[in-house]
Design a protein around this ligand. Structure first.
Ligand code: CP
Length: 308
């Protein structure tokens, strides 16, 4: 079995068997990430470029490490010092990378659909590292990997997603992916941060933190995205923390083996208390490790499409 598309643009485009393939492959890749010999030659002779128009630590660095662990040439385009700053278009930038022999471009952009546009215009595979408020497929895949590793599967899982749903590409990708795999997603957020019609994505809107967390297998916090909060959608971060911030005491109604997750970066004391972030239930650092394994799996599967 192989991935059907040359690109990874969203969970919307992945079938359940492809998601399972990626997660199974990531399980093997994690052994390499955790070993003392992080060097295999699966991508020897291949070129991987990261092209990020928005800031990132986890996604960009983990893709670069994933490529390097597998022996690829890995290059980062620093957008602020590249010809993008001279006004070069996205398509022209992509075509320039393409004719240099790039095999895979990982891009992040503030405009929803930007990776899709690039993918239609270049031969290299394109991986969406986050496009505006649309999707962040690799984050959802690493989140799903973390859940499956701890819980064994998705069927019947209750995942509570708390926070800024409106601006969260992570929430959107998780809702799509988890829904496809048989999990149930419940959300809780200020009404100003719930997009109209979101329940059409298959999630349940809860009226309280307690209702969302009741019986939950996973509690996922989301970052308050100050860079996308153009209007005063919340009175203040202090008030947000009081009514929507998650603390250890809120887990009383959750399953005993509940997982606490957050895509990061976390605003400590706003979305979650430090006590919860650093608790035994927290999988937040494990998510970061799993991110490298999942991204290794994606690079490997995309690079191997032709050979397979
Ligand atoms: N979760 C996530 O996308 O983190 P970065 O912005 O650091 O890549």
């Amino acid at each position: 079995m192989k991935l059907r598309s040359k690109d990874i643009l969203g969970l919307d485009h992945l079938e359940p068997d492809e998601i399972t393939l990626i997660l199974d492959m990531a399980r093997d890749m994690k052994k390499i990430v955790q070993s003392n010999m992080k060097r295999v030659n699966y991508l020897q002779g291949r070129s991987v470029v990261t092209l990020f128009y928005e800031n990132s630590t986890r996604t960009r660095v983990s893709f670069e490490l994933a490529a390097k662990y597998m022996g690829a040439h890995a290059v980062n385009v620093s957008v602020s010092t590249s010809s993008v700053a001279k006004g070069e278009s996205l398509i022209d930038t992509g075509k320039t990378l393409d004719v240099m022999g790039t095999d895979i471009v990982i891009m992040r952009h503030s405009q929803p659909g930007a990776p899709h546009l690039l993918a239609r215009n270049i031969n290299a595979s394109v991986i969406n590292g986050g496009d505006g408020m649309h999707e962040h497929p690799t984050q959802a895949l690493l989140d799903m990997f973390t859940m499956r590793e701890a819980k064994g599967g998705f069927e019947g899982l209750k995942v509570a997603i708390i926070g800024d749903i409106m601006h969260s590409r992570v929430a959107r990708s998780n809702m799509i992916g988890l829904g496809k795999m048989g999990a149930k997603v419940c959300i809780f957020a200020p009404t100003t941060l719930i997009p109209p019609g979101i329940e059409k994505m298959g999630c349940t809107i809860c009226q309280s933190l307690e209702e969302a967390i009741d019986g939950a297998d996973v509690v996922m916090g989301l970052r308050i995205q100050k860079e996308r909060l153009k209007k005063a959608l919340i009175p203040s971060t202090e008030e947000y923390a009081r009514f929507f911030g998650v603390d250890v005491r809120h887990l009383a109604g959750a399953k005993k083996d509940v997982l606490v997750m957050h895509p990061g970066p976390v605003n400590r004391g706003v979305e979650m208390t430090s006590l919860l972030i650093d608790s035994d239930q927290s999988k937040i650092t494990e998510q970061v490790t799993n991110g490298v394994a999942v991204r290794m799996a994606l690079l490997y599967l995309l690079a191997g499409r032709e050979e397979n």
